[in-house]
Design a protein around this ligand. Sequence first.
Ligand code: R7I
Ligand code: MG
Ligand code: MG
Ligand code: MG
Length: 313
Amino acid sequence: CMSDSLRKARGLLLGVAVGDALGAAFEGHRSVDGDDLVRQERATTRLRYTDDTALTLVLARHLAARSNLVSVDEDALATELAREWHREPWRGYGAGSREIFERILTGTPWRQASEDCFGGQGSYGNGAAMRVAPIALVATGPSHAIELARRSAVVTHAHHHGRHGAMLQACAAFLALNSDPGTPLDRQAFLDHLARTVERTDWRTRLNTVRTLLDSASPAVAASHLGNDAAAFTSVPLALLAFLQYPDQPAETIRYALRAGGDTDTIASMAAALTTARTGIQALPSAWLERLEQATEIGELADTLAERMSPSQ
Ligand code: R7I
Ligand code: MG
Ligand code: MG
Ligand code: MG
C-alpha cells in the first residue's frame, strides 16, 4: 500500500501533467464554457502534455540526479532544459524561451541569453513558475524552496516577475505538500505564510487580491481581476486562487482554472499541482490519468523524488 508521501509526490507531479494536458486544448481561449469542459472531460483521446510538463520533468530529473546534495546546478539545468526543447520543439514553447534555448545550444552563456531576452529586460513569462513544482519534493523548508526556485528560474527568466512567480509557486507547492489533508486547509494562514515569504510589495498586493476573491469570485471575475495571460504576475496568483477555492478537490480546481480561460494549460497545471500535492494522487479522477501520455514514467519519477523528501516531511 502506497505511503502518504508517495501519494503526495505522485499527486504533485501527475497533477502538473494532467492539468497541463487538459488545459492544452483551450490555451489562448478568452473563456471556456461548460459544454467545452464536458466534451474534454468525457473524451477518450490521449491526453498530450505540453512544454509545461516537459520542462517540469527536466527539473525533476535534475533534482533526482543530485542524490545527496539537494541543489540546482544552473549551468547543467540550462543545458538540460534547452536540450529538451530541441528534442521535442513542437510542445508549444513561448517565443522567449525558444530564443533562449536556441542561443544556449549554440554557445551563448545562459545568463547572457536570459538577460538579453525581450529587448534586455528578460522574460516575465510564467515559464519558470510552470516547471518549478518538483522543488517542493526536495526542499527542507519554505525558504529553501524559494532559494532553489530562484536558482532554477534565472536560467531563462531574468525579469524579476518571471523569477518571483517561480518563487511563489515553489513556496505554495511546499506548503500544500506539507499540509495535512485530514484537516481543512486554513486558507488565510496559507496566504499569510506566502505574504511573509514574498519580498516584493507588488506581489503581496496580488496575494491580497487573491484573498478578496476567495469563495465568491467566479472564474471569469477572477480572470478579470488578476489577468489570465502567460505573464507570471497574472497567472501564478490565478492558479493559487483556483487551488484555494477547492483545496481538496483536484477536479474542481482544474475546472475552475480552465473556465478562467487564457493560459489554461499553465494555470490548470500550476493549480492542480498544489491541490494534488495536498490530497495525494488518489483524489485525481482515474479516467484522466488513464488518458495521460507517459503516466507510468511520471509516477516512477515522482517515487524517486519522494525518497528524497526530508525526514520532517
Ligand atoms: O515564460 P515562457 O516559457 O512561456 C510559458 C508559456 C506557457 O503558457 C506555456 O504553456 C507556453 O505556451 O508558453 O516563454 P516567454 O516567451 O519567455 O514568455 C511567455 C510570453 O510572455 C511571451 O511570449 C510574451 O508574450 C510575454 N512576455 C513578454 N512580453 C513583453 N516583454 C514575457 N516577457 C515579456 C517581456 O519582457
Ligand atoms: Mg504549455
Ligand atoms: Mg522564457
Ligand atoms: Mg501555457
